[in-house]
Design a protein around this ligand. Structure first.
Ligand SMILES: C[S@@+](CC[C@H](N)C(=O)[O-])C[C@H]1O[C@@H](n2cnc3c(N)ncnc32)[C@H](O)[C@@H]1O
Length: 302
């Protein structure tokens, strides 16, 4: 059962879409006012290259009569910062030519994973986990030879970890909402002559994400590293929907989350039972492990 406290998730039931207007003129004036406020929100550099869909989803949370326009702008920006830019050093948004470790160290998630990349990639790509090889994988030997497509959803700057794939032949495709990070990864791939690409797309644009996955050669592995919390803030239960839609298209999904979170006074252990239970009920778990304060769950469709 999903025991997450409801109060922590912002209510998405009061969207303005269903709001009643007295006249078409009133509806149209509201629409242009909304457009103006969204434009204002994205004037800040850190939000200037976010997909429109994501900014609208965040804005809908606060587009209520009880808020003044300035409050709507501030609250939406605060939420967008929490979801998209709080892990990223602002230094990453401007510069291009930096070495791999410098970049990986400037993003909270990759910085924390840095000492463990070799172990993580060996375990999830070679099927070396305790239960990492299913009869199907062993028979086809798909994760030990030949090229593997990695589709990294909500990639941040994880494309910079390409060298940790070592000698494995990887076709890497990153999907990221922050346009500046997409540019940064693509610049890096091009300058290092790495055959990989990042795409500027929202994970809420599910059809586009599915199309992109279908275009990649098999076997396909999807990474969802430390992303589900961000999705849940904007739309509760969206992670479950996303998993249901993409798992049938791929050979493996690797989902991760931080096992500790910073509370008001101390670090506290995070369990995420709601997603683990959902995965157990709907998919076949291949491997589960924890490294560097990050829990990884590897699974495939039943
Ligand atoms: C905590 S970071 C994790 C980055 C990376 N997966 C890693 O673990 O190294 C979450 C990333 O997901 C991206 N993100 C959040 N919601 C997204 C969405 N709806 N579509 C695409 N990217 C999203 C954020 O911009 C951010 O870069």
């Amino acid at each position: 059962m999903d025991k997450r406290p409801k109060s922590k998730i912002l209510d998405s039931s009061s969207k303005t879409k269903g709001r009643a207007f007295n006249s078409p003129a009133e509806a149209s004036s509201n629409e242009s006012q909304t457009k103006g406020l969204i434009k204002k929100i994205t004037q800040k550099k850190e939000f200037s290259q976010l997909p429109k869909k994501d900014v609208e989803l965040a804005f809908e949370k606060f587009d209520k009569d009880k808020y003044l326009d300035e409050e709507k702008v501030k609250l939406t920006r605060d939420l967008l910062r929490k979801v998209y830019s709080s892990f990223t050093s602002q230094k990453l948004l401007g510069i291009k030519d930096r070495d791999v470790k410098w970049v990986l160290n400037k993003h909270k998630s990759t910085k924390e994973r840095l000492p463990y990349y070799d172990e993580v990639y060996a375990r999830i790509l070679n099927g070396l986990g305790t239960q990492g090889c299913t009869p199907k994988n062993i028979q086809e030997n798909i994760f030990t030879k030949g090229k593997i497509s990695v589709i990294d959803l909500g990639a941040g700057v994880n494309g910079f970890s390409y060298e940790y794939f070592k000698s494995r032949k990887i076709n890497y495709v990153g999907v990221e909402a922050v346009g500046q990070l997409v540019e940064l990864m693509n610049y890096f791939f091009k300058s290092k002559k790495i055959k990989a690409r990042a795409f500027h797309l929202s994970l809420f644009e599910i059809d586009k994400v599915k199309e992109l996955i279908k275009k990649q050669k098999k076997p396909r592995v999807v990474f969802l590293f430390k992303v589900i919390d961000s999705l849940e803030v904007l739309e509760r239960n969206y992670s479950k929907k996303l998993l249901e839609e993409i798992a049938p298209l791929v050979d493996k999904v690797v989902l991760s989350f931080a096992t500790h979170s910073l509370g008001k006074r101390a670090k506290f252990k995070v369990k995420r039972n709601w997603i683990i239970d959902f995965i157990k009920d709907n998919f076949f778990i291949l491997d589960e492990f924890e490294l560097g304060g990050e829990k990884y769950v590897v699974f495939q469709k039943k």
